[in-house]
Structures are given as C-alpha cells and as structure tokens.
Design a protein around this ligand. Structure first.
Ligand SMILES: [Zn+2]
Length: 288
C-alpha cells in the first residue's frame, strides 16, 4: 500500500514531465475511480482535458496536480494498488484513466489493479485543503514536535495504530510505523498518551529521518504492487531494520526480531525488537 514515501516518489517521478505540460483529451476507462468526486466521467473529462499542469505536489498520501488558469486541482489517492506509468510504448495492465500529453508524445497512465484508488477534482486550493483537513491531520513530514505531542496525548491507543491514524498525522502506514517505532526505540503498543517528553523528541526525529530515507530509496516494493513511474521497484526494504525481518538479528542488539499481531492492527503484522523496544509498564505497576 503506497504510504507517504511512495506517493512522494510518484510526485517526483511525474514532476519533470508533467509540470508545464498540456493534457490532451483525458480518457476515463473506469468511472469507479471517480466515486466520491460527485462527478460523472464526462464532467471530469470536460473539467480536466486541454488544461496545463502547473504543479505536481503531495499532501499525506494524496497526489495533487494543480491546473493552470483556474482549471482546478486533480487529487489522486492511490490507496491500495494505484500508481502511474510513464513508459512508452508498452501499455501497462489495469489502466483506469489516461492522461495524454500530445505535445510530448507521451501518456500518463493511472493504473489500479484493485480499483480502490480514488480521483477527485476541486475548484481551488481552499476547497482541496478543507477536504483534506476533514479527514487528515498534518502531513507527517511537516508536523511540529509540540503538535505531535498534543495529538499523542489525546489517545490511550497503542503508539503504532496511532501513528497510522491519518487523522492524527497523514502519510504513515504499516511498514514505516514499524521502522519509526524502532528508530525511536519505543514499543509499538505503548499507550500514546504515556510517552515521555524525551520519547516524543525521539519519535518526532525518527518520523522525518525514516520517511526521508525511504524517499531517497524511492519507497518500498514487497509484491507486484507499488512501482515507480518508470516501473522500477523501490529500494527501502533492502536497507530497512524491521519490516519483513522476523527472526533476523536486530540491527541494534542482535537479538531476533519478533513478528507479532497487536491490538488495533489484527490484520497486519508488526515487527519489533523486544530488547531495544521494551514493553510498556503494566497499569498495575505504574505510579498513580
Ligand atoms: Zn534490538
């Protein structure tokens, strides 16, 4: 599932080609991706075709194309299996929307095997920002330390599911949450509102450090899912510490990494080191 580093990699991959480029006649092959936009395929095509892309950005796990001349903003949420291809001339599988760039002789293919991704259109930045704010906290690369502390203090849920809650902060999913908890040396199940000030300091530093490293590696590919716009695999899982490494020696202490399931995330595995990330002190033993 694309998290912040994968969506940032998509933005960086598209930017050199798409910025300043004029779109031709957009073709919606699968209108299901427009569900939630309140817009028919015809309407979307009319709004977006023949416009010039002035900026390619990202907010949380949203990819944001700003169209010049007040033509609005296109927001793409890749969710599980959405992605982009910029390779010619082969047509990739599972193409859902085509964004032709006739002046460049290229096409941006929006692909999505499981069709869970969504494409929205907003009239202006204010509308797009309001829609984002309704379902998201600050972007994980932009959140201030004290804002993070205040948001964690509001919930007794475990740290890992809290980091993955897009309403707390936007962009982190299962893979990077494990890496961030390890980098900060904090147990993934510790109640978020029990972190000390020093633990919040470490966590805040770990969030940017891990996400920036993952962006450098162009994200994480662990199955046929995520690829860069050139069809390449992301390299982060070749250099990461925790995710997918159950039973291997911890890079911090050499003890075997545990693979487990934790409350709030039953469907997905959690990897952590029981030595470097000691378990939370039980309620009964805590000073009242
Ligand atoms: Zn360890």
């Amino acid at each position: 599932m694309p998290e912040l580093p994968e969506v940032e990699t998509m933005a960086r991959g598209l930017r050199p080609t798409l910025t300043g480029a004029k779109l031709g006649q957009v073709e919606v092959i699968d209108p299901k991706l427009l569900e939630g936009s309140g817009m028919s395929a015809d309407r979307f095509v009319e709004r977006v075709s023949e416009s010039v892309v002035s900026h390619v950005g990202r907010r949380g796990k949203w990819l944001v194309w700003t169209l010049a001349g007040q033509r609005g903003l296109v927001v793409i949420q890749p969710r599980m299996t959405g992605g982009f291809w910029l390779i010619e001339p082969d047509r990739p599988h599972h193409v859902r929307i085509l964004f032709p760039l006739p002046e460049l002789g290229k096409t941006v293919w929006l692909t999505d095997a499981r069709r869970l991704g969504r494409v929205l259109w907003f009239a202006d930045q204010t509308q797009a920002s309001a829609a984002f704010a309704r379902s998201h906290g600050p972007d994980a690369l932009e959140i201030e330390r004290d804002d993070l502390a205040a948001r964690l203090a509001r919930t007794a849920r475990g740290l890992k599911p809290t980091l993955m809650d897009q309403k707390v902060l936007a962009g982190i999913g299962n893979i990077y949450a494990d890496e961030i908890c390890f980098a900060a040396r904090i147990h993934p199940e510790i109640p978020a509102n029990t972190l000390s000030a020093r633990q919040v300091d470490r966590l805040h530093a770990a969030i940017s450090a891990i996400l920036l490293r993952a962006i450098q590696a162009e994200g994480s590919s662990f199955d046929a899912g995520y690829r860069t716009v050139l069809g390449l695999e992301g390299g982060f899982l070749a250099e990461n510490a925790m995710y997918g490494r159950g039973g291997q020696p911890c890079p911090g202490c050499g003890e075997p990494i545990l693979k487990t399931r934790i409350a709030g995330l039953i469907g997905r595995p959690t990897y952590f080191c029981p030595i470097c990330q000691p378990p939370p002190v039980p309620q009964t033993m805590r000073q009242r």
